[in-house]
Design a protein around this ligand. Structure first.
Ligand code: NAP
Length: 331
């Protein structure tokens, strides 16, 4: 049984949307011994300190690119949750060296430091953009996933186990379609990239709940994928602004018509559980744990988890209910 009370947690990207929601939930439900928030900007940490006060919280300024600082932050840590990332698609495309330094080299620093310090569990946050990537952000997150999962090979006689989660765009997150439509509906014209476009739906609360559950369950080597419903962008537009005109602007560079969470090429390694999937490593070059190869049931060889062919689509009524939670009284 995983004991949160005993954990010294290093949460990289702790001041971000995920980090703050995780902090809120974990100090309420399972307060750890120490929760070390690791990020660069002192102002975001200052703001966060005003919002959350708990004896377990520590605020640590640092950059994942700086190995010396990462090593310092890793002292006595038992669990790393690696959420720090450069994640704006266009910014990553325009500044590829910077995205690689943070998302790839930063992950190598976290991994090496965790292995050297004998950290028990490392958990990485990946995105649907990492699956068959069409932009640099996705490619760096795919590399991050590969680095972390293969890190299990390098633990030697140590006990470090490393796993990841992949999930889709967080509903209502900064720069996503809901805030855009909320803004555009005042002018009664919504820009729709493509009338057939679909996306997965997950809220921050649900993502955090899954992360907590998967950290408790992980053996090392698994990529966990929560089962998430899909929705049509046009349905979202209709629910948010029934009177508005839809202006089609075409799929943007670096954007997909539909998102993938598991491709057909991975089907062979996938096991299905009641509310999630587990992708076991294709190159399982280490021993000791089940690596996600046991439990659940095998999926058919032609299985894929794609937003367009998902078994569960949100109806307009369900979308309206979900949006009420995100938009409050606005609807
Ligand atoms: N949002 C989504 O829709 C979504 C979906 C799937 C997966 N994810 C993944 O979930 C993770 C968290 O996403 P989020 O939405 O919480 O992102 P976010 O709100 O943009 O937060 C990013 C966090 O990372 C920190 N950070 C950035 N560069 C850093 C560096 N070089 N060193 C240390 N800290 C750094 C930022 O703080 P400072 O700028 O102060 O350093 C901030 O705390 C990311 O890995 C992302 O890829 C997000």
């Amino acid at each position: 049984m995983f004991d949160w009370k005993k954990q010294v947690i290093l949460l990289t990207g702790g001041t971000g949307s995920f980090g703050q929601k995780f902090t809120e939930v974990i100090i309420k439900k399972h307060p750890p011994k120490i929760l070390r928030i690791f990020s660069r900007d002192e102002f975001k940490q200052y703001e966060m300190e005003k919002k959350f006060s708990h004896r377990c919280l520590r605020y640590f300024i640092g950059d994942v690119r700086d190995k010396e600082r990462v090593d310092r932050a890793m002292a006595d840590v038992t669990l790393v949750i690696h959420a720090a990332a450069m994640k704006q698609i266009v910014a990553a495309e325009y500044n590829p060296t910077e995205a690689i330094k943070t998302n790839v080299l930063g992950t190598m620093n976290i991994l090496n430091s965790a292995l050297d310090n004998g950290v028990e569990r490392v958990f990485g946050l990946i995105t649907d953009k990492a699956v068959s990537p069409v932009n640099l952000y996705g490619a760096t997150k795919l590399t991050m996933e590969k680095l972390l999962i293969q890190g299990n090979s390098y633990r030697g006689l140590g006990n470090t186990r490393i796993s990841c989660i992949r999930y889709g765009n967080v509903a209502g997150s900064r720069g996503s379609v809901i805030p855009l439509f909320n803004f555009q509906r005042k002018g009664k014209i919504l820009t729709i990239t493509h009338p057939e476009m679909t996306r997965f739906w997950i809220t921050l609360d649900t993502a955090v709940d899954f992360v907590i559950k998967f950290i408790e369950k992980m053996q090392g080597g698994e990529v966990f994928i929560p089962k998430m419903p899909s929705f049509k962008i046009t349905d979202l537009a209709t629910v948010l602004a029934p009177q508005a005109i839809h202006k089609h602007i075409g799929v943007r560079p670096g954007e997909k018509l539909h998102e993938d969470l598991i491709t057909i090429h991975e089907a062979h390694y996938v096991r299905e559980f009641s509310n999630h999937y587990v992708v076991a490593p294709a190159f399982s070059l280490w021993e000791k744990t089940s690596q996600g190869k046991s439990g659940g049931k095998k999926v058919p060889d032609n299985f894929s988890f794609k937003s367009s062919t998902n078994k569960k689509f949100l109806t307009k009524t369900e979308l309206r209910q979900h949006l009420k939670v995100i938009n409050g009284e606005v609807l």
